[in-house]
Write a protein that binds this ligand. Structure first.
Ligand code: PAF
Length: 277
């Protein structure tokens, strides 16, 4: 597996490849990422994984400085999964001067995660656009765990006519249901044991809605209360339209329940797609 750190070297190297897929990451690679690599390889065999902790998408007081940086370990795992090249620019390479041009995402970026992390999706969209321009892949793969992220990225790709196909991968979970995430490593043992409850609370909403209950507010409230009873600080648990991520229309069937909550110092997010009857 090759490791490339500059845009110029990457461009020169990729000029020889005709079918490139890209898995953008911030590193701290876990099995969820390896699934993305596998999926990417099935679509376009030369898989480029990007590892870059993007300062632009972190707010004041968020975990940019302590975000786990485990490059050597990441490379070992990625190589084992069939990744062909890791692009690992430093900040000076990605942002040689302050990034004053940015993607201005639509209002949906200020809801849900955006409400609690102002500016987050502006930072995500800007770096994703830049990475797509640098790598110029045919395919880019993102995990559904970051549901709003993939929604915004797809919309950006459509509206800006970017020549890339976005592929969404199912969330990869531990046996107890916890969605894999780099931030899980912040959890203490006791918190790790409690963490699957977020998935359980969302599952409870899904079962009810799939059973015909459309009283979303009551279901959201019950999920919120369940988590709060077990020591979580809930930012939101909401049922949304999969198409718009806004409140579902009365007859809308393709839904998703999204949740974000804090356990101690760790903020976890998760979601489940729902097919209402
Ligand atoms: O999902 C992530 O890890 C990041 O938001 C991404 C897409 C790599 C952009 O920095």
């Amino acid at each position: 597996m090759e490791i490339v750190r500059t845009v110029a070297e990457l461009r020169a190297r990729l000029a020889r490849e005709s079918a490139v897929s890209c898995v953008p990451t911030m590193g701290n690679i876990h099995d969820g990422h390896l699934r993305l690599v596998d999926l990417a390889g099935g679509q376009a065999p030369f898989v480029v994984t990007t590892i870059f902790v993007n300062r632009l998408q972190f707010g004041q007081g968020e975990d940019f400085d302590r975000y786990p940086r485990t490059f050597e370990d990441d490379c070992r795992k990625l190589e084992g999964a069939g990744c062909k090249l890791v692009f690992h620019p430093d900040e000076g390479e990605m942002y040689p001067e302050p990034q004053v041009f940015a993607v201005d995402p639509p209002p949906v970026a200020n809801k849900l995660e955006g409400r609690f992390r102002p500016g987050h999706f502006r930072g995500v969209a800007t770096v994703v656009l830049k990475l797509i321009n640098i790598v110029q892949p045919q395919i880019a793969v993102f995990g559904k765990k970051d549901y709003q992220q993939i929604h915004i990225v797809r919309h950006m790709v459509d509206q800006l006519a970017l020549p890339v196909r976005i592929v969404a991968a199912e969330t990869f979970r531990a046996d107890d249901g916890l969605a894999l995430s780099s931030r899980n490593r912040y959890l203490t043992d006791a918190e790790r044991a409690e963490a699957p409850r977020l998935h359980q609370a969302l599952s409870q909403v899904r079962v009810a809605v799939e059973g015909g209950d459309r009283n979303f507010e009551a279901l959201e409230f019950a999920a919120d209360a369940l988590l709060a009873r077990h020591g979580w600080h809930v930012d939101y648990v909401v049922v949304r339209s999969r198409r718009t991520l806004m409140q579902p229309e009365a007859d809308e069937r393709d839904l998703v329940v999204l949740g974000a909550a804090r356990l101690g110092n760790t903020r976890l997010i998760d979601n489940l797609e729902i097919s209402a009857p």
